[in-house]
Design a protein around this ligand. Structure first.
Ligand SMILES: [Fe+2]
Ligand SMILES: [Fe+2]
Length: 327
């Protein structure tokens, strides 16, 4: 959807055509977010137009077929490219690539303009999303052979092993902006066990090149003991902490870091000037990063991590700042 077109969607229960560019899924998400109407009363499934343009995407699955045929995989560094917000591209030593949490603006318009451009149509082997919020779910944007949307369980391919653990979204805003109150105003329950579906979450552990990376997404700060057991030892921890403390507070983020004792911490979900507007209400993560014992302000949106090289690190904060890949 053109981000300049913020005409509200009218959900009146009649068999209206969906707005151009609006999928059944995003329509239901908007309905869920506003609590205006139950999805079952819409009766619009037959008229729904698919938003996905994946069938027109360039390229093909030749790269995946090549990886599929390999029985020996390269050793070496894992590449991490930052695409702003929570979007990270992780590339294995053998070249298998995953894009996590590509973003878009809220198609309902309710949450305003967050992003300065459409998410890059970057070629990757796999696209993954942690949950259905607009700032994590533009799964149609990367040019991707596979889409693992909210995947729970285990997936293995080439030199990648991915574990998805179902949990719940942070449901009490810890910062000045009480965005979780808005859900209450919309008539939606934010907290478990009877939370609306869009407050469900899947946390991923992506294992490749001897490095286990945890994609926290917007998960709650206090999951149960089975969560910690399932995710195990973590080398690289991505955490959504920004200066507005939108998802996690500094204290909550620090407590998770202390519990997991990762070698590397990568802040996400903050205001990156390359991709994100002030209207998002987010702030940079500089203050949190600079309060840490050891940190590095990176000078570009990409990073190479080698298992041996990071083995001696302890809670080393690697911060992408305002750098982000846009293509
Ligand atoms: Fe979210
Ligand atoms: Fe988010």
């Amino acid at each position: 959807m053109d981000k300049k077109d913020l005409t509200p969607i009218i959900a009146n229960g009649e068999k209206d055509k969906l707005a151009k560019g609006l999928s059944r899924r995003s329509f239901f998400m908007a309905a869920g977010a506003t609590g205006v109407v139950a999805a079952t009363s819409l009766g619009v499934a037959n008229e729904a137009n698919a938003q996905s343009t994946d069938w027109t995407q360039p390229g093909n699955n030749n790269h995946v077929i090549k990886l599929q045929g390999m029985d020996k995989f390269a050793e070496g560094a894992v590449s991490i490219d930052y695409y702003g917000h929570c979007a990270l591209k992780i590339t294995s030593p053998s070249g298998a690539s995953i894009m996590v949490d590509p973003w878009r603006d809220d198609p309902s318009g309710a949450w305003g303009l967050w992003f300065k451009q459409k998410f890059a149509e970057t070629p990757v082997d796999i696209t993954m999303s942690t949950h259905t919020h607009f700032d994590h779910d533009a799964i149609d944007r990367p040019v991707s052979t596979m889409v693992l949307d909210r995947m729970v369980g285990n997936f293995e391919f080439a030199d990648l092993k991915i574990t998805g653990f179902a949990d719940k979204h942070a449901c009490v805003a810890p910062g000045w902006y009480n965005w979780t109150n808005a859900l209450k105003e919309f008539g939606a329950q934010a907290c478990p066990p009877n939370n609306v579906g869009h407050m469900d979450m899947v946390v991923y552990v992506i294992e490749t090149g001897g490095i286990r990376t945890l994609i926290w997404g917007d998960n709650r700060p206090d999951p149960g003991p089975e969560f910690w057991e399932a995710i195990g030892e973590i080398d690289v921890l991505t955490l959504p902490v920004d200066g507005s403390q939108h998802i996690l507070s500094y204290d909550q983020g620090n407590a998770i870091v202390d519990k997991l004792k990762p070698k590397v911490v990568i802040p996400t979900h903050y205001l990156n000037e390359t991709t994100t507007y002030t209207l998002s209400t987010l702030a940079p993560a500089d203050e949190w990063v600079k309060s840490q014992k050891s940190f590095k302000m990176l000078d570009k949106p990409s990073l190479q991590l080698n298992a041996k090289e990071i083995s001696g690190m302890q809670k080393e904060f690697l911060y992408f700042g305002h750098h982000a890949q846009t293509a």
